[in-house]
Write a protein of this length. Structure first.
Ligand SMILES: *[C@@H]1O[C@H](CO)[C@@H](O)[C@H](O)[C@H]1NC(C)=O
Ligand SMILES: *[C@@H]1O[C@H](CO)[C@@H](O)[C@H](O)[C@H]1NC(C)=O
Length: 277
């Protein structure tokens, strides 16, 4: 009875666990890597088997909550990548819209378009409590429960590299329907922003996008966006901000054409078209 209680308390104490390592992790990682270097970006030369080996080495030699950013150093050395100027897209809390925006414009590069981002997108992994036992496919700790989470550490390093390589104009897509659209705790606010180099980045285009139906919480002149602008100015970046980007609005309307704001959008477009005819 008491033993049962102790076990239950123990389980509660370690209750902050999420799903385990993604099944078939090795095949997915190596397969995505070959997909990338063969079909997505054939110009790059990488050794996919090496990348896997360095990755595995970083993760399974350590307990699940103790994989630091620097433990991935050797893996990142195996995936150097030059990024195109004027095309990097940063985002926070706008994931779905960011995906359609990048796909439709065909012009932007997000972290997921880099080799590392492409390979590890949506995957989960962690080692076993006892070292050297391989990956834990049963459960992994939640991000919030450890400072040095294996998944978080990899994305942190990937985001640092991505931001540090940014050059020319960059774009930042933020969610105008939430408080703290610019959140100092997000990957953009805590890692990427600090790694942007004002001598390489010539202009920061901020795009604030609220949901069509609202709420309209933040805009270029309201809320945390002003904090972002302050940070940018204090570090010497040139910037501009829009909260009425027509392309983004049309994309949102394609998903939800009956929205009243889309009616005015389509009639003004029709009007514009009739002017040209
Ligand atoms: C803004 O965030 C909310 C809550 O996370 C989400 O439901 C909504 O889709 C986001 N809006 C945009 C434009 O990405
Ligand atoms: C970069 O942004 C500035 C300011 O909006 C613009 O004048 C310039 O044409 C942009 N350059 C490129 C290459 O997009």
């Amino acid at each position: 009875m008491i033993l049962g209680l102790v076990i239950i308390l123990f389980l509660i104490g370690h209750g902050n666990t999420g799903p385990g390592t993604t099944p078939h992790l090795k095949h997915i990682v190596i397969g995505r890597c070959y997909d990338y270097i063969t079909l997505v970006n054939p110009s790059f030369r990488y050794n996919c088997e090496d990348i896997w080996r360095e990755f595995e080495e970083a993760v399974v030699r350590r307990t699940p909550c103790s994989v630091r950013v620097k433990d991935y150093q050797r893996m990142f050395r195996a995936v150097p990548q030059t990024l195109p100027c004027d095309r990097l897209l940063f985002w926070s809390k706008t994931r779905d819209l960011m995906h359609s925006y990048a796909a439709v414009t065909g012009r932007f590069w997000t972290l997921e378009d880099t080799l590392v981002g492409f390979i590890f997108n949506d995957l989960i992994w962690c080692g076993q409590r006892e070292r050297d036992r391989g990956f834990d496919f049963q459960s992994c700790p939640e991000w919030s429960t450890c400072v040095t989470h294996p998944v978080y550490s990899l994305w942190k390093r990937a985001s640092q590299n991505f931001a540090a390589a940014a050059c020319g104009n960059i774009t930042v897509l933020l969610n105008g329907s939430i408080h703290n659209a610019f959140n100092r705790k997000s990957m953009f606010g805590s890692v990427e922003l600090d790694n942007l180099n004002p001598r390489m980045v010539s202009h920061v285009h901020i795009k604030v996008v609220p949901n069509l139906e609202g709420p309209f919480v933040e805009s270029c002149s309201k809320g945390s966006i002003l904090d972002l602008i302050n940070v940018l100015e204090s570090r010497g970046f040139r910037w501009s901000c829009t909260d009425r980007d027509v392309t983004l609005m049309i994309l949102q309307c394609m998903k939800n054409p009956r929205q009243s704001s889309c009616q005015t959008c389509s009639s003004s477009l029709l009007h514009r078209k009739s002017l040209y005819l």
